[in-house]
Design a protein. Sequence first.
Length: 475
Amino acid sequence: MTGGFTYAVTGGGRGLLVRRGGAGVAEFVFGLPEGAASDEDGLAVTVGEIGVRLAQRELGDVWVSELVLDNGGPDEAALPPLGMVVRVEPGWVGWSWTAETDGFVVVAPEAGDGDALLLRLRQGFLRACVPTPSFVPAGRRADALEPGMAAFFLANPAGALRGHGRHSTRLEFGSIPDVDAARAAMPAWIPDLVARPGDEIRFETPDQALVPGPGVRLVGDDVAGILTGSPGHRELAVHGPRGVTRLRPTFTPALDALAAEVSAGLLRRRPAGLPTAAAAVVAAALSRRAVADPGAALDWLEREDWLAREDQFGPLLATTIAVETHDEALGAAAMDALLGRRFGLGDGLIASWAWLGALRLGIPPLDLSLVLERASTAEERWEAALIRQDPDAHADGVRAVIRKLGAGLPGQPIGLGAAEAGLSVALLRAVPEGADLRTAAVEAADKAAALLAADYADGMHPTHDGLAWLVWSER
């Protein structure tokens, strides 16, 4: 098979394990009704009048998994629940884009070179079971899946099959040279689905009907439809020859407006009862003058000893307060706290932001080299190289984060948390101007930042770590 991928049917015919070089890449498990039994063609089961069959086989350079439903009766019948769970193995990252009549899942090496695995919908139905938010909230997932997993529908869960009708979902597995090559699996008529604040999305689809969902406004003529929408993830149904394609346009909120809105809610709560990351959002909004009452926000921040918590955002909060109040002693204490911390991923960024705060305050700036020299893991040393603005020491690390964030693709990652996504955006924004991968890093960071900001605009995340990284990194 191309790309060095091998395929093995597992679970009595219900699963597909993909390997490369003998190591696991990803496993795909198909959810069929109870009672499915194997025969010479795969797995088969009958639910009422509907027969369900799953067949998997090698076909030339690709692998095909096909799910076929036949209604043997004369009357319309509800479709049985049919789905697929994807589990990405350690060392690999996954990304998906699904629109019911079109879609793909791509799995790429987390680091290093090598082809990526592409699952492409060739016929039928593919939709993420939980389309929002883009990034996994902290705590228990709504779909009860583990990290690195995602679930998809292979037939409309609310659909029906006409009498003596057939539904077929055909999935094709193959290799592509890199993540960006998955763009070819998208229909050419679909525009960029992520709009910047205040921008519109233009659809040139004269032979298709556009039906906007809640929060979306559509104007246009016989040639093009122009979409604008309220901030967040929205829905657009496109009715065409293949049926209904359900797209998920994202209208990016203005970051200052989002920070102000979130901060307003936080300021109504006691700071002592909130995580430090939540206060970091308020501090960032204050430093950007995005809050309605800066004095009230500063008073709120001063009610808590953030350094005493000894966590990651504490020194940054203390530095912000020191700058606002011209408290040189507090600023010096914040610098000492940074020097006394055990280095963890993200500490280099925070130290660099605090360093700028020390300059504004007029105290001796933090010696960043003393912080960065404590980096011990490969990821930490890569971050330290970014902060040192070393253009030659970070290419592999940048590529790994770009892949994790899906490069410039639309859609959503497989099992990536909001906090990790926000930190990844901040790290990519720190790639030096002269670096070869700067353009690709900015593209991936901007796209992921838009998706994450839209998540927060929709109120989908109970914690604020991701937003804190997002707001502080856009300086």
